[in-house]
Design a binder for this molecule. Structure first.
Ligand SMILES: *[C@@H]1O[C@H](CO)[C@@H](O)[C@H](O)[C@H]1NC(C)=O
Ligand SMILES: *[C@@H]1O[C@H](CO)[C@@H](O)[C@H](O)[C@H]1NC(C)=O
Length: 208
């Protein structure tokens, strides 16, 4: 209704984001901790605007959340690039499992980028599983790119923190991975009047 189509999908994302956050309690539930194995060495996050902690701040795109009122209820009351007035669901999960808030990969200075043993967040607003999703409004990190960056982190740096391959394997196997991406693939298909894409998305999920 009068809104540009790109903005409409953006608002939808925001709405979902608020829904998620408002229903999450930071108080750990004993049964869940047991269910998930309790303690993890690291938390690695792949996703879109629901859990982007500020990666898009460093990309040439219209889809950024680095201005008020974003962040008004966050620590320090400043916009961080999170698409929320407060914490994202990835932040609550980090707190829940005793991690510091997981840093945005793009915001880490040079060496540190690949030097993070405990946690790292690659999530990028407006992107999706398909590599062209979100690209109409600027740059973003598609799921494949996020996975490649994670692979780079493993290859270039995580390997150096473990003397043997099985030790690194154990670290990764025991780590917690949070993946929250795909809403934008639907949003961009729906606003583009390309029903064929919906079929191909279903195909993507059923074949993988
Ligand atoms: C990860 O990186 C290594 C080294 O650059 C490369 O050989 C390998 O194919 C990559 N794996 C994936 C899944 O991209
Ligand atoms: C991981 O390895 C890098 C490179 O050798 C090193 O600088 C860093 O301190 C190590 N981090 C931890 C937590 O061991």
């Amino acid at each position: 209704m009068g809104l540009p189509s790109s903005l409409k999908s953006h608002l939808l994302l925001l709405f979902v984001c608020f829904l998620n956050v408002s229903t999450i309690s930071t108080k750990p539930l004993r049964e869940e901790a047991v269910f998930f194995g309790g303690k993890f060495p690291a938390l690695y996050v792949i996703g879109d605007s629901l859990i982007d902690p500020g990666n898009n701040n460093y990309l040439l795109t219209l889809i950024k959340a680095n201005f008020p009122p974003y962040g008004s209820n966050f620590e320090g009351g400043k916009a961080t690039g999170r698409f929320s007035d407060g914490k994202t669901i990835a932040d609550y999960i980090a707190i829940y499992y005793g991690f510091p808030l997981v840093p945005a990969y793009m915001g880490l200075p040079g060496k540190q980028k690949n030097n993070i043993l405990t946690s790292i967040n690659f999530a990028s607003a407006s992107c999706g599983i398909f590599s062209d999703t979100g690209k109409r409004v600027g740059r973003c990190l598609s799921m494949n790119v996020q996975i490649d960056l994670f692979n780079e982190t493993i290859e270039d740096n995580l390997k150096k923190n473990f003397t043997t391959q099985p030790e690194l394997g154990k670290h990764l196997a025991e780590s917690l991975f949070m993946i929250g991406i795909g809403v934008n693939d639907y949003a961009s298909s729906l606003t583009r009047i390309q029903p064929i894409r919906m079929t191909s998305l279903t195909g993507f999920f059923t074949s993988s």
